[in-house]
Design a protein around this ligand. Structure first.
Ligand code: FES
Length: 145
C-alpha cells in the first residue's frame, strides 16, 4: 500500500489562503497592540527632566510630554508644581495665566486655581497632579505612582 500523500491543487490553495489570512491578521493586530502597549505601561516610571528649569522665574510655566501625555509645570515662589495639561472636561490643553495665577482652558472657558482645583466652568474634576523631584540643579517631573 502506497501511503505517500499528494498535494492537490485545492489543498495547496487552501494552505495559501490560510497563510495569507494569518499574515493579514497579524498585519492588522500588531499595529493595534503597539498603539495600546505604551498606554498600558502608562509611563509612570518615566521621569522627564525640565530643561531650563534653573532659568525659570516664579510664575513662568512650561508644557512638556511625560509618558506621552501633556504636563504643565509652573514655577511658584517656593518650588515647582506640575499638573496634567489636559482639561478634565473634554481634554483641551490648559494654559497657565501668569498675571491671573490660574490655569485656563480655552475650549469652554474653564478656570483652575494654582493647585489645579476647578474654579469655574464645566470640568468635573481638578487637574491631576504630577510628581516633581529636584535633584541638585536638575528638576524632574513624573506621573504619580
Ligand atoms: S475642554 Fe476644557 S472646559 Fe471644556
Amino acid at each position: 500500500m502506497n501511503q505517500t500523500k499528494k498535494t492537490t491543487r485545492r489543498g495547496f490553495l487552501d494552505w495559501l489562503i490560510a497563510a495569507f489570512s494569518a499574515v493579514a491578521g497579524l498585519a492588522m493586530t500588531i499595529p493595534g497592540l503597539m498603539y495600546l502597549w505604551p498606554a498600558a505601561k502608562g509611563g509612570a516610571a518615566e521621569a522627564v527632566e525640565i530643561s531650563g528649569a534653573g532659568q525659570m522665574k516664579p510664575g513662568q510655566s512650561v508644557t512638556l510630554q511625560v509618558g506621552g501625555k501633556p504636563v504643565i509645570v509652573v514655577r511658584g515662589r517656593t518650588g515647582f508644581l506640575a499638573f496634567s495639561a489636559s482639561c478634565t472636561h473634554l481634554g483641551c490643553l490648559v494654559t497657565w495665566e501668569t498675571q491671573k495665577k490660574h490655569f485656563a482652558c480655552p475650549c469652554h472657558a474653564a478656570v483652575f486655581d494654582a493647585n489645579g482645583g476647578v474654579v469655574s466652568g464645566p470640568p468635573p474634576a481638578p487637574l491631576p497632579p504630577y510628581v516633581i523631584k529636584e535633584i541638585g540643579e536638575k528638576v524632574y517631573v513624573s506621573a504619580p505612582a
